[in-house]
Design a protein around this ligand. Structure first.
Ligand code: ADP
Ligand code: MG
Length: 582
């Protein structure tokens, strides 16, 4: 029997490998653009003909290549970007595998010109199907031009599989947009057939997004900026009103590389829980800057998938950053920039107090027995004032104008809209943040009880209690534990007026529901449960002081928009919303 195994000729193995890197014309454009960026270009011109099927050309003003480098660049595993395997965990360049030009040249006809210096003394090389067919000195300014013609000319099966020009051009534009958004420091021009369809000068990220997607996107961009130990996040979230039925407005960049990530999508989408209708997807331009050692880009040859070392924490960080930014947006528009002056109330009207309907308000009733001016002062003096819309607060009284409806909602106003707040959810949010702060900063305040509370617990309950002891005492509970239960001598100031027995019962009941995959941490779970069981309930009448206290506290929360369980806490009705009702 003759031996049957043979090593494939290089042209064949390159063609096979090309299938992974080059699926369609847009993949060629992506690789060429990435090379131009890696070469420190500040100006890049793209020319495509017939949706890239006949020509994709990228001209840059980057570092250029020497004659020898030009020869090497088409060889497999030829790269100037890494030297050893460890380097792939520290690369900041877009490319590093050294296979794109080898793959592209094996399935197309290439003409490359390059020069490393300003004077015209470049070099030119022509390659067909991976073989050099001509080369010569050529006048070319500093930079590189690569023409990729007749993609898949020698792999007819694949050429036949290319889609219509319309579809292929859409892929090309998508690649181009991704690169242009993440490189707003570079000037781009895009020529389709002979027409320049896009010219982008060097500009800010916000302007770049507007230049690409049109002026109307401007008012929908909510800025996001969050610095953490694991990663820095920045970019823009699109307002919920701009959500689409497709995922087409979702852009994620990690270290400026456009990537696809299910878990990041999921993390962002779940920040919108309760805000978006079913079947609608939020839009975003999210940039994550992270130590390259914490990610692995080498998951697939097209480098659009990334493995994160610490994906659980990143998930939580992104999730809360997006919620935070949505929360701020709900409050800040009325502060200044989107102020609609036609809604301002005239001077004479503002001088007189608005009539507060008195049907639902019983000003004698006070479920917060602890509530008095001293405590109010203490709480409000700690509020991060810059988060509060000043129009919520009456100059003299420090209070908002509010009223309650259905014993369930508090209604208030801002400069340009009416705000309807779910009292129970608002209180949950306030308590939740306050409990979390107590647990993490050990900053609790407790109130000594005149009559200590005796709480009987079963053996089983006592064992459960031991697990939550540290969270429990960090909140401001003081107690003695015996074989039969607890003797509580002081309680957190927030809970002073509640049935402590009921709360402890609730907490112990839910103790076994703790699910690591759904909760950020045990403390978080604990704070959530406690805030739910101790919050003001629907059906409670609140007097004006209590309503105003709730409103002011809510809008000084980090995330006033969502309850700890991600339900929407308030809705706003602006002039348009109201006018549409008539
Ligand atoms: P990689 O980008 O992974 O290194 P490529 O096959 O895409 O591999 O490119 C091979 C090499 O060719 C690059 O490492 C770089 O040195 C050089 N090169 C490619 N395109 C350009 C360009 N536009 N300007 C300067 N050098 C380039
Ligand atoms: Mg490359």
């Amino acid at each position: 029997m003759p031996d049957i195994i043979k090593i494939l000729p290089i042209e064949v193995s390159n063609k096979i490998a090309a299938g992974e890197v080059v699926q369609r014309p847009s993949s060629v454009l992506k690789e060429l653009l990435e090379n131009s960026i890696d070469a420190n270009s500040t100006r890049i011109k793209v020319i495509v003909k017939n949706a890239g099927k006949n020509l994709i050309q990228v001209i840059d003003n980057g570092d250029g290549m020497s004659k020898k480098d030009m020869h090497l660049s088409f060889l497999k595993h030829a790269t100037s970007k890494i030297n050893k395997i460890d380097d792939i965990f520290s690369v900041r360049s877009m490319g590093f595998r050294g296979e794109a030009l080898a793959a592209i040249s094996s399935i197309s006809m290439i003409e490359m010109k390059s020069s490393k210096v300003i004077e015209d003394n470049g070099y030119a090389i022509k390659i067909d199907g991976g073989k050099i067919i001509s080369e010569n000195e050529s006048n070319f300014d500093k930079g590189t031009s690569i023409k990729v013609k007749n993609i898949f000319f020698n792999v007819p099966a694949r050429r036949n599989f290319l889609k219509s020009d319309f579809v292929e051009l859409r892929h090309i534009m998508s690649v181009f947009n991704n690169i242009a958004i993440s490189h707003n420091e570079i000037e781009f021009s895009f020529i389709n057939n002979t027409e320049e369809i896009l010219y982008l000068k060097k500009e800010s990220l916000k302007k770049r997004i507007i230049s690409i997607f049109g002026e109307k996107i401007r008012e929908h961009l909510i800025p996001l900026n969050e610095s953490t130990q694991i990663a820095d996040l920045y970019g823009f979230i699109l307002k919920p009103e701009y959500a689409k039925k497709s995922r087409s407005n979702q852009y994620i960049f990690v270290n400026n590389r456009s990537i696809k990530s299910q878990f990041i999508n999921h993390s962002i989408s779940s920040s919108f829980d309760g805000i978006l209708k079913d079947g609608f997807y939020p839009g975003y331009f999210l940039f994550v800057n992270i130590d390259p050692g914490m990610i692995d880009v080498n998951v697939h040859p097209n480098k659009t998938e990334i493995k994160f070392e610490d994906d659980q924490n990143l998930y939580s960080i992104i999730n809360s950053a997006v919620k935070h930014c949505l929360g701020i947006y709900q409050v800040t528009p009325v502060l200044d920039f989107e102020k609609d002056s036609s809604m301002d109330i005239s001077y004479t009207q503002t001088k007189s107090d608005p009539n507060i309907p008195n049907i639902e308000v019983d000003s004698e009733f006070n479920p917060f027995k602890f509530f008095n001016d001293e405590i109010f002062e203490k709480h409000t003096s700690q509020l991060p004032i810059n988060n509060i819309d000043s129009t919520f607060v009456d100059e003299n009284k420090k209070f908002t104008k509010t009223f309650q409806i259905f014993n369930k909602y508090i209604v208030t106003k801002s400069t340009s809209s009416l705000i309807i707040i779910n009292q129970s959810l608002a209180h949950q949010r306030i308590l939740y943040e306050s409990f979390l702060k107590s647990i993490f900063d050990s900053s609790s305040e407790s109130q000594k009880l005149v009559f200590p509370i005796e709480i009987k617990l079963t053996k089983n309950q006592l064992n459960l209690f031991k697990k939550i002891e540290s969270e429990f005492s960090s909140l401001g509970f003081n107690y003695k534990m015996s074989d039969s239960g607890l003797n509580i001598t002081s309680v957190p100031i927030e809970l002073e007026n509640n049935s402590i027995e009921q709360i402890i019962d609730d907490i112990l009941d839910h103790e076994n529901d703790f699910d690591k995959t759904k909760n950020f941490s045990y403390s978080d779970f604990f704070a959530k449960n406690l805030s739910k069981s101790s919050s003001i309930k629907t059906g409670k009448k609140l007097d004006l002081n209590e309503q105003e206290f709730l409103v002011n506290q809510l809008f000084s929360c980090k995330e006033p928009l969502l309850s700890p369980d991600n339900q929407q806490i308030f809705i706003t009705l602006n002039k348009n919303d109201i006018e549409n009702k008539f």
